[in-house]
Design a protein around this ligand. Structure first.
Ligand SMILES: Cc1cc2nc3c(=O)[nH]c(=O)nc-3n(C[C@H](O)[C@H](O)[C@H](O)COP(=O)(O)O)c2cc1C
Length: 224
């Protein structure tokens, strides 16, 4: 199994540690794992190069290329973020903006339909669910059919202050999810909602309502 982890923050706090709990349960010697941080990615400048012309010419491609390549190769994509003001971190959203061209409405990658996604967020009190929901939405629109969420209320500003009982609960949760991921690996497929979206987007490309770059991509894939 190939796994990629994208950390929505650079520091090793409660969120990073929660992800490590999951990795300990999930990753074996036979698996390959790549981990990335998104903090050094500049903001999307809205030049539309990726959508209208060529993603390789994005002015930030040097920084994003390896991350995107690993995501495209992986079987399991894990993305984490602390809850900041009821959502994901700004730096993670910045990464997602660089993936707009991979949405269903543009040039989705066909092999996304075989991948599993995991969204992880921790929060002091409220909002972990809002953060994982935002991450899940991005993965859904890339075409990933099965996305697990781990939302953790840690009642702390850092991992050292998280109570042992809370850590035990988190360990149980990550064990459960790891088991499910192992069971589902290689057996996921698009649900009805993604099937409908894919069909509608295909109709849109056929009718010439998308960009010429996107339409030729859909033709190349043999989808229209
Ligand atoms: C900028 C910022 C915004 C935050 N917003 C919220 C919030 O809206 N609700 C909440 O309960 N905790 C909030 N927190 C607390 C963090 O979500 C919480 O401590 C989280 O577990 C931190 O994870 P980390 O240790 O991985 O950074 C915020 C923290 C920061 C730094």
């Amino acid at each position: 199994m190939k796994l990629v982890v994208l950390h929505g923050q650079q520091h090793h706090g409660s969120t990073w540690n929660t992800t490590q709990l999951l990795l300990k349960e999930l990753v074996t010697n036979q698996d390959s794992l790549s981990e990335f941080y998104v903090n050094d990615i500049p903001y999307c400048i809205g030049c539309y190069t990726c959508i209208l012309k060529e993603e390789e010419n994005c002015p930030h491609r040097k920084v994003t290329k390896e991350i995107i390549h690993s995501i495209e190769q992986a079987d399991v994509i894990i993305i984490d973020s602390p809850n900041y003001c009821m959502g994901m971190t700004g730096q993670l959203k910045t990464f997602f903006d660089h993936m707009a061209y991979r949405w269903f409405s543009h040039r989705p990658l066909g092999n996304m339909q075989h991948k599993i996604g995991i969204a992880i967020a921790t929060t002091a009190g409220m909002g972990a669910k809002s953060a994982t929901k935002q991450i899940k939405k991005q993965l859904f629109w890339w075409g990933i059919p099965r996305i697990f969420c781990i939302n953790a209320v840690v009642a702390a500003a850092n991992w050292n202050d998280v109570k042992p009982k809370t850590k035990d609960k988190l360990l149980l949760k990550t064990k459960k999810i790891a088991k499910k991921i192992k069971r589902k690996h290689g057996h996921v497929k698009r649900g009805i909602r993604q099937k409908i979206i894919f069909k509608l987007m295909g109709n849109m490309q056929r009718a010439g309502l998308g960009t010429p770059k996107d339409a030729s991509y859909w033709k190349e894939q043999g989808w229209i």
